[in-house]
Design a protein around this ligand. Structure first.
Ligand code: MUC
Ligand code: MG
Length: 373
């Protein structure tokens, strides 16, 4: 008999400014809204989780406000009274009562893992089968929208030894302008950095045929989600003809999507996001599909704050190969912190705590200050 019954679940919206406007093809971010989850159990343990997306409803079907409403109204009532230490039973229940809603489920699964880790005195990575590394290489996203500013930002981050992988956000401007922008950045950084692009689905196939050719010839290492997730046949054709590898991001909205992309041969790299699979355990199911299919892995982000970032990191630490590194830089894009132990970034890497749970605690004063009133 368990003594760890889930007693209450609280969701809190927290609005934090970014260090500069972050321009994606579909939306410019100047603040991030984190959905923080506090899952309290009757043994006195509290698990914390985060369900965060980017750009309101412009990126995915869940917004911060809908995540909060759906947890408060549907998901939390289904979990309250269940055993907090049976994460299989809890998550299977959520899958039975709610279609999709992977962002909301991800924060809840993270909170359950954090609570169980604290209960057993184990880091979340150990609950997930054990870490095979303690650190993760972390890339940065250049998205100021200005070529000179992006180059200066990359140079500074290289000097600080903080990042040597740069993903350039494109797709908002004309194809020619975007290609000029990326090639100028690559020429400035040369072989001192890996330069990649994320088109966020904004090319059609005809643009992508040319875009991928030109970028591949100019030393761009990876092309993320060049065309719409809906155009599966086009993704398969691009994956066959692009000189640079194609990574699926928006195309993966579930573990089942990962399976069908792998079966169709629609990408040679998968962007792993806990939010788009339903949590740290769910994202590992996608990773294992990729491993079985010979698809390489990248540890991606929805620009979460420290809690979501470390929930992702604990999962990624367990993987055999993360060929393309990670982009777990979310906390560094924000001007403010709401935890007592900000993640440590040093020498191009994120150093992941080896303490119980996620390794974080909430800074109650800062949380009270930044929470949406
Ligand atoms: C995306 O599409 O990859 C992740 C990093 C970033 O800058 O934007 C997000 C979304
Ligand atoms: Mg992307």
């Amino acid at each position: 008999m368990t003594t760890a019954i889930i007693e209450s679940i609280e969701t809190i919206l927290v609005d934090l400014p970014t260090i500069r406007p972050h321009k994606l093809a579909m939306h410019t971010i100047s603040q991030q809204t984190l959905v923080i989850i506090r899952l309290r159990c009757c043994d006195g343990i509290e698990g914390i989780g985060e369900s965060t997306t980017v750009g309101g409803l412009s990126y995915a079907y869940e917004s911060p406000e809908s995540i909060k409403t759906n947890i408060d109204t549907h998901l939390a009532p289904a979990l309250i009274g269940m055993a907090a230490d049976n994460i299989n039973a809890a998550m299977q229940r959520l899958d039975r009562i709610a279609k999709g809603n992977t962002f909301a489920k991800s924060g809840l699964e993270s909170a359950l893992l954090d609570a169980q880790g604290k209960r057993l005195g184990l880091p979340v990575s150990e609950l997930l089968g054990g870490r095979v590394r303690d650190t993760l290489e972390v890339g940065w996203v250049l998205a100021s929208g200005d070529t000179a500013r992006d180059i200066a930002e990359a140079e500074q981050l290289l000097d600080f030894r903080r990042h040597r992988i740069f993903k350039v956000k494109i797709g908002a401007n004309s194809l020619d302008e975007d290609l000029k922008h990326v090639i100028a950045i690559k020429r400035a950084l040369c072989d001192r950095a890996s330069v990649r692009v994320d088109v966020n689905q904004h090319w059609d196939e005809s643009q992508a045929i040319r875009g991928c050719q030109v970028l591949g010839k100019n030393g761009i290492d990876l092309i993320e989600q060049p065309i719409s997730r809906i155009n599966r046949a086009g993704q398969v054709r691009l994956n066959q003809r692009s000189p640079a590898p194609i990574m699926a991001d928006e195309s993966i909205e579930s573990v089942e999507d990962a399976f069908s992309l792998a079966a169709d041969g629609a990408a040679s790299v998968f962007a792993l996001k806990i939010a788009k699979n339903g949590g740290p355990r769910a994202v590992l199911r996608t990773a294992h599909i990729a491993e079985a299919a010979g698809i390489s892995l990248y540890g991606a982000t929805m620009l979460e704050g420290s809690i979501g970032t470390l929930a992702s990191a604990h999962a990624f630490l367990t993987l055999k190969n993360l060929t393309w590194g990670t982009e777990l830089f979310g906390p560094l894009l924000l001007t403010e912190e709401i935890v007592n132990e900000p993640p440590v970034y040093r020498n191009f890497e994120l150093h992941v705590p080896n303490t119980p749970g996620l390794g974080l605690s909430l800074d109650e004063d800062r949380l009270a200050f930044f929470r949406r009133k």
